[in-house]
Write a protein that binds this ligand. Structure first.
Ligand SMILES: [Mn+2]
Length: 292
């Protein structure tokens, strides 16, 4: 039996060097698809920040991320506490630290398994990142590495055990972050394996592996995992991605899965969309994941 759902619109773009992701949720909400889409949800929350300055120094950006993610963490926690499942629509991918800290704070000693679908590894720390962009760091933080104000979002260190974390779709990354994931023993489905075996097969395999060892399972989808010719409205377009239809098919019904705890969709940048391709995908994806 499916549980009531809460949609959390996480309008935050301060973690990406090119802002724009903060405008994503409002574009979905003001689209022609919204009246139908909103019926899937029992509750809808709007989380905002003040208008962002054009350029943010790294330390200032980290501070803003921590501030926003504290609000998101508490909203996710309250949602789960009242018996609803949260679907979080971002926002750049730094929202993940708010989403999953809220989940692990609620689960306590129960293990969270997390499937992270992304063109990138997002596993940088200040020491390995050339850009110092905070949206390249959430995986490192969730796995217990990085800035103290971000690690401080949760009492759990790490928030997600490396053996309970699976990365899917990686095709653009730097040596430092690949090294970190390798050292921690994180399972990675690289792009080439997914292309040869199919996304759905790999996703089911990942889900089954986590179901066995974890009390609850979540999905974090960075839209840049999908090919930019199909989904152009993302912060960091990365060629040769996954097919939108395959991802949609694999994730169908995810929020109705008995172990499902939350799902987030990140990095929608409406300013870079073309012919509403990305908007339509998000709407269809949300309809799919919320229906058995
Ligand atoms: Mn990402």
């Amino acid at each position: 039996m499916s549980r009531p759902l809460t949609l959390i619109l996480a309008a935050f773009g301060g973690g990406a060097p090119n802002h724009g992701a903060e405008d994503g949720p409002a574009v979905v909400e003001h689209s022609q698809y919204w009246p139908k889409l909103q019926h899937a949800f029992d509750k809808i929350h709007h989380l905002h920040t003040k208008k962002l300055p054009a350029h943010l120094a790294p330390v200032r950006a980290t501070h803003l991320v921590a501030q926003f993610d504290t609000l998101l963490r508490d909203t996710v926690h309250n949602t789960l506490h009242e018996g609803n499942l949260p679907l979080i629509l971002g926002g750049d991918h730094t929202i993940a630290m708010g989403t999953w800290s809220g989940v692990v704070e609620t689960l306590g000693d129960e293990a969270l398994g997390l499937i992270w679908i992304d063109a990138h590894m997002d596993a940088h720390t200040r020491h390995t990142s050339l850009s110092q962009a905070v949206h390249g760091m959430p995986v490192a933080v969730l796995l217990g590495q990085g800035e103290s104000d971000l690690l401080g979002l949760s009492h759990h260190k790490p928030m997600v055990a490396p053996t309970h974390f699976i990365l899917m779709g990686a095709r653009s990354y730097e040596p430092g972050e690949a090294q970190l994931l390798n050292d921690l023993g994180v399972k990675v489905y690289f792009d080439a394996e997914i292309k040869s075996r199919g996304f759905e097969t790999c996703f089911q395999e990942a889900l089954h592996a986590l179901e066995k060892t974890c009390a609850r399972v979540g999905v974090s989808l960075d839209l840049d995992a999908i090919d930019p010719t199909e989904i152009p409205g993302v912060g960091s377009r990365t060629p040769n991605g996954l097919h939108a239809e395959e991802v949609k098919k694999a994730l169908h019904g995810f929020l109705c899965h008995p172990k499902s705890v939350a799902m987030e969709i990140a990095e929608y940048n409406p300013h870079k969309d073309e012919k509403e391709k990305t908007l339509k995908f998000i709407v269809e994806l949300i309809e799919g994941v919320t229906h058995p």
